[in-house]
Design a protein around this ligand. Structure first.
Ligand code: ASP
Length: 422
């Protein structure tokens, strides 16, 4: 069985086993089986799996991006390509949030809902950083520190600069450095492949643990909200991306989605764009045929700033909370939400649950009660999994479109069945 199939099977089994454990009342947290197997074995394997992915993120992004920018560095294409990538990321996020707001307004998930209004101060969000601070923070003052902290934007800037410098250095030093980084890149990609063999076990354990804990009661209470977010996520992830891909490249969206399957499952199980990054990068280059010069820049950047799924959740959540509290934020309010949710999605780190924290920022800007977040937090983990899968699919779609427009997409590879790869 191929690795992808095993990972998907592990996902289904993990969900079923977890749900069954949750349904058996005797198997509660105090039971020895729960303590040893769910809290012990499943949790340990799941965490080791996430760590094994995260460990690769900084070295992979750094090395891959140095290779990419060193090859493009002398060329003015780099700046143009970067602008195109960022522009498309912003466009898809704005589309996502607009669609989410319209859908939520149309369906009204919060109308007539009578949930106990949560206590104030139960949840406190983050202050929106100023644009000035955000810009200053992109420039690394200490690259080693940036890597140690996993500050991806700073790592990206340092790698870009180093790559450009390598390209502009003449003669042997440039050649040797480029060769060194290219070799290192090949070795790291091999390591990704080796660690991916762990994935079926990791995915199974993560999901079995999560679903044994998950309370289904909250989902029933918030069923309508849950369904609207899910619907918007599916429409965007399957519909909007397919249309955009077809429109910009003429390529078959079904091939794209089929090849993205393992990445989607990784995103779903880890709920982290960052942890999934090694797999996204590998799939985008090896299976979709995006040249390293585009992928090494656009994929890590996307995992850091492009969060369409998160923006969708924030759009529906804003409308839901406004409806529950009976507040009309008006058209100007909605426009403000589009703007702040797009910015919030840039500021959302690709780790589990951060979208909920930046939602507080959006609510604050729209003049809605921040403690409304407490209303929906109960079902957020499941939605986080789905929205992370959407976030990552968006990164890969934009990378493919940008690569195609720069004639840096290997269309043969995109179309091929890709069986030889694994
Ligand atoms: N978990 C999401 C991601 O990593 C971010 C979020 O919406 O919380 O992409």
């Amino acid at each position: 069985m191929s690795l992808t199939k095993r990972i998907i099977l592990a996902m289904v089994l993990g969900i079923v086993v977890g749900a069954v454990i949750h349904m058996i009342p005797a198997l509660d947290e105090t039971h020895a089986f729960y303590r040893w197997v769910v809290d012990g074995l499943f949790d340990a394997v799941g965490q080791i799996f996430i760590a094994s992915l995260t460990l690769l993120v900084v070295p992979l992004v750094f090395v891959s991006l140095v290779c990419g920018s060193a090859t493009l560095g002398g060329d003015s294409r780099l700046g143009y390509m970067a602008m195109k990538t960022v522009g498309l990321y912003l466009l898809t996020t704005a589309l996502a949030i607009t669609m989410a707001l319209s859908l939520a307004t149309l369906l009204g998930p919060g109308k007539g809902v009578d949930l106990a209004t949560p206590e104030a101060a139960e949840f406190s969000g983050v202050e929106a950083p100023s644009i000035k601070d955000t810009l200053i923070n992109i420039m690394p003052s200490n690259p080693i520190n940036a890597m140690a902290e996993g500050n991806m934007l700073q790592v990206i800037v340092f790698a870009l600069l180093l790559g450009i410098a390598i390209a502009r250095t003449s003669g042997a030093p440039s050649r040797y450095m480029l060769e060194f980084f290219n070799n290192l890149n090949t070795v790291i990609l091999k390591l990704v492949m080796i660690l991916m063999q762990l994935a079926p076990y990791g995915v199974f354990c993560l999901l079995a643990k999560l679903f044994s804990e998950l309370g289904w009661g909250t989902i029933a209470d918030l069923g309508f909200y849950f369904a609207v977010v899910l619907l918007a996520l599916l429409l965007h992830g399957l519909g909007v991306y397919s249309l955009l891909l077809k429109f910009f490249t003429g390529l078959n969206p079904l091939t794209f989605l089929r090849k993205m399957q393992p990445v989607i499952v990784f995103g779903f199980s880890t709920a982290s764009s960052n942890a999934t990054l090694p797999v996204t990068l590998r799939t985008v280059e090896k299976d979709l045929g995006v040249d390293n010069r585009v992928a090494s820049f656009s994929v890590p950047l996307g995992a850091t700033i492009n969060m369409d799924g998160t923006a969708i959740m924030q759009g529906v959540a804003t409308v839901f909370i406004a409806q529950v509290y009976g507040i009309d934020i008006g058209l100007a309010g909605y426009l403000l939400v589009v703007l702040t949710a797009t910015l919030a999605s840039i500021g959302t780190a690709g780790v589990p649950g951060v979208g909920m924290i930046t939602l507080a920022m959006v609510l604050q800007q729209a003049g809605l009660p921040v403690e409304g977040v407490a209303l929906i937090i109960g079902v957020d983990r499941l939605l986080d999994m789905v929205r992370t899968a959407v976030n990552i699919t968006g990164d890969a779609m934009v990378s493919t479109v940008v690569a195609d427009s720069e004639t840096l997409l290997d269309r043969e590879k995109f179309i091929s069945s890709g069986k030889g790869e694994r």
